[in-house]
Design a protein around this ligand. Structure first.
Ligand code: ZN
Length: 314
């Protein structure tokens, strides 16, 4: 039995995240969070600082989206049953509260690392966020949690430079869209290409603040680590962020049904350690990790365990 201890690592989650309902057979389902809860129930994680996610502040949605998008999503929330916002993005009666509470947790995590309540934070929330563009909910995402949290760090805590590192197997088109011409936020992504949503080529560089590292199908640990080491980590060192936000999707795991990248749990442990080194070097250790994708329950749960275990060990 290895007890993880060393850093103060906070975990936010909330029962309402289970009430964002998707149709039977939809990969982005409440059981994902149940699988994460089960694996983090192990005694090895007893030192986690578990806190119920606070309600989000609706006004912070406007940090990354115009009022019209907020109104569009709110109008799509059904009184009963489900509505489709796009081909694979669904809303149920509690989706508004779930989405707002996901934003609440992301912003609270930023407050925690700036105000010294935690060294780092993992947010286990649904719905995810990185596909949500300024004006478009898509790819299971309603609002862009990571983008809102980055702006929150700038507005409330005076962060000058925020880095978002996205290792979800899909490109975070939404985050790229929101920060396309904003050099105060660095967006780095490793993702399979070709794959949904189709963006994320190397030559998409925004204001010099977008670093895409596309990976071919069947990429394994070695090439992933090579791409991360040669593109993502040097960009972080050059940028010297005040805060590192991780768009932590675990669908690059070899068991995942939505993609063909073959990572192991150990790769998420490794990548987490590398980001913690950079956070320690530039950002006083401040690191906030937000759950994005990951659709094989076993692959997701054990990858999250590796990630959170590393956050706790330091
Ligand atoms: Zn994904």
């Amino acid at each position: 039995m290895r007890l993880y201890r060393g850093m103060v690592t906070r975990l936010y989650t909330h029962p309402v995240y289970l009430e964002h309902i998707t149709p039977s057979g939809h990969p982005e389902r409440p059981d994902r969070l149940r699988a994460i809860e089960r694996v983090l129930d192990d005694e090895a994680f007893s030192a986690l600082d578990r806190v119920e996610a606070p309600p989000g502040d609706e006004a912070t949605i406007l940090y990354a989206h115009p009022q019209g998008h907020l109104a569009h999503v709110r109008a799509a929330i059904p009184k009963s049953g489900m509505t489709r916002i796009d081909a694979d993005t669904v809303a149920s009666p509690k989706s508004w509260q779930a989405a707002l509470t996901a934003i609440g947790a992301a912003n609270a995590a930023v407050d925690d690392v700036f105000e010294g309540r935690a060294d780092n934070v993992f947010v286990a929330s649904r719905p995810p966020g990185h596909h949500a563009e300024k004006t478009t909910a898509m790819g299971f995402c309603l609002f862009n949690n990571a983008a809102i949290a980055a702006r929150h760090a700038q507005k409330k805590h005076g962060a000058e430079r925020v880095a978002i590192v996205d290792w979800d197997v899909h490109h975070g088109n939404g985050t790229q869209d929101i920060f396309w011409d904003d050099a105060s936020v660095l967006y780095c992504s490793t993702h399979q290409m070709p794959l949904y949503p189709g963006t994320g080529a190397k030559d998409e560089t925004g204001a010099g603040n977008i670093v895409n590292a596309p990976l071919s199908p069947n990429t394994g640990s070695d090439l992933f680590r090579e791409a991360f080491s040669s593109r993502v980590l040097p960009a972080l060192d050059a940028f010297a962020p005040d805060l590192v936000i991780v768009s932590a999707g675990f669908d690059a795991h070899h068991r995942d049904p939505l993609a063909e990248i073959n990572l192991e749990e150990d790769d998420f442990d490794w990548a987490t350690g590398k980001l913690m080194e950079r956070a320690a070097r530039h950002a006083n250790g401040r690191l906030v990790s937000l759950l994005e994708g990951g659709y094989d329950l076993h692959g997701l749960a054990f990858s999250v365990a590796a990630h959170v275990g590393r956050l706790m060990k330091g």
